[in-house]
Design a protein around this ligand. Structure first.
Ligand code: G
Ligand code: G
Ligand code: MN
Ligand code: NA
Length: 252
């Protein structure tokens, strides 16, 4: 309850920030874009971890205005540092945000206000969206894709999504959960699982992102398994926006 109260109206109080983690092309070593990750520092509680406050904000509905703030800030930041490059920004969205009938319009309006094409945006959704068969989700995803927004399925492999869901929903990207990536250092079967996932993704026309890459060996195995994009501490930590510019030039 304490967290729930502290979150009420938080987006108006200068307590939220975004950090950005690079997404790197595993063939070519170029920068594909950044995932925006929300950070909250409460004046008395100090930094609160997203794993702690996001579920609370989802239950109370506070994630809706907070999510607007995230999109607004991500669009503003992207407009400031994109500078003629085609780097993209990925933003996590909660199912409740996607259920609002006006969500696609809001996304379009926010990006238009900053002069950034919605095709520079990827929205990351969770498997919960695919499990709960609401027409509102399908409609929102279709409308967003018409705007040029890409849709990524986050943490793939942790939940229960049957493979059939993957072809039923309009998706562009599969983010392979870091549990699979971690297994690459220790479990002999991990490589086979990974290759099965990238093979299936490619057959469905989906690009793949390997998450949570922490070692050079994981990076090499992901690249060898046909994974398209990498993300993780071994490549780069999430960074404040004013530290991103040098990354545009870097070859990974
Ligand atoms: O950034 P990592 O630090 O700890 O994020 C933890 C969890 O919080 C992840 O599951 C991530 O998807 C989620 N998350 C981070 N930023 C956002 C956000 O802006 N909106 C939503 N809905 N979830 C977020
Ligand atoms: O659920 P989602 O994938 O949106 O959350 C991304 C989360 O993963 C964030 O909490 C981010 O800080 C975290 N993260 C990013 N790279 C790594 C990594 O290499 N290792 C671990 N353990 N976590 C990571
Ligand atoms: Mn994510
Ligand atoms: Na993820």
């Amino acid at each position: 309850l304490r967290l729930q109260q502290a979150l009420h109206g938080v987006e108006e109080r200068d307590e939220l920030t975004l950090v950005y983690q690079p997404l790197v092309e595993l063939r070519g070593g170029g920068l594909k874009g950044f995932e925006a990750l929300l950070r909250w520092t409460h004046p008395e509680l100090g930094p609160v971890r997203p794993d702690e406050f996001i579920p609370v904000a989802e239950r109370s509905g506070a994630i809706v205005p907070i999510g607007e703030w995230v999109l607004e800030r991500a669009a503003r930041d992207l407009a400031a540092w994109r500078k003629g490059t085609d780097v993209t920004v990925s933003v996590n969205v909660a199912p409740i945000q996607l259920r609002s009938a006006t969500f696609p319009e809001r996304v379009a309006a926010i990006f238009a206000a900053h002069g950034v094409s919605p095709s520079a945006l990827t929205l990351e959704i969770t498997e919960r969206v695919l499990l709960d068969d609401r027409p509102a989700y399908m409609r929102a995803m279709a409308e967003l894709r018409e705007l040029g927004v890409q849709i990524a399925l986050d943490d793939f492999g942790t939940g229960y999504s049957a493979l059939s869901y993957l072809s039923r929903f309009p998706l562009d990207v599969l983010k392979i959960d870091r549990g699979f990536v971690a297994g690459l250092d220790s479990q002999p079967q991990a490589r086979a699982l990974l290759e099965a996932i990238t093979g299936m993704a490619s057959a469905l026309g989906l690009r793949t992102v390997g998450e949570g890459i922490e070692t050079a060996r994981q990076l090499a195995q992901l690249a060898a398994s046909g994974c398209d994009i990498g993300q993780g501490y071994h490549l780069a930590r999430p960074l404040p926006v004013d530290e991103l510019l040098p990354l545009l030039e870097r070859v990974w």
